[in-house]
Design a protein. Structure first.
Length: 118
């Protein structure tokens, strides 16, 4: 059957290329390409029909095998070890406006300060 289809398609291609009088080489190539595309579509539809028929007869089910695992409750632990150093982007020096000795500092380390409005 496959041999008959191929023979028929070759004869049809020859008949199509022989008919039509004088055509340019471009037209002949386009006609041949169209005929081959039609032949491919026909063969693919026949092949898919045969595959379906074979699958139905064999009882084969299309699908993919999967693995099933029981889910258990537990603690999710994930650790990241990082080494590095941190540098300040800016540094500031505090100096008094009037010469003298600083007796006490009225803020704590890492305390956020508000700007003073005069």
């Amino acid at each position: 059957m496959k041999r008959n289809i191929i023979l028929f398609s070759v004869l049809a291609t020859l008949a199509i290329s022989a008919c039509g009088g004088k055509k340019t080489a471009e037209d002949n190539k386009q006609a041949k390409l169209d005929a081959l595309k039609k032949e491919i579509a026909k063969l693919q539809s026949e092949a898919s029909a045969l595959e379906k028929e074979i699958d139905q007869k064999s009882g084969k089910i299309n699908g993919k095998a999967v693995e099933i695992t029981e889910i258990k409750k537990g603690v999710f632990q994930s650790y990241i070890m990082i080494e590095g150093s941190a540098d300040a982007n800016e540094s500031t020096i505090a100096t008094p406006k009037v010469p003298g000795t600083i007796v006490r500092v009225l803020f704590n380390r890492a305390q956020v300060l508000r700007p003073v409005k005069y």
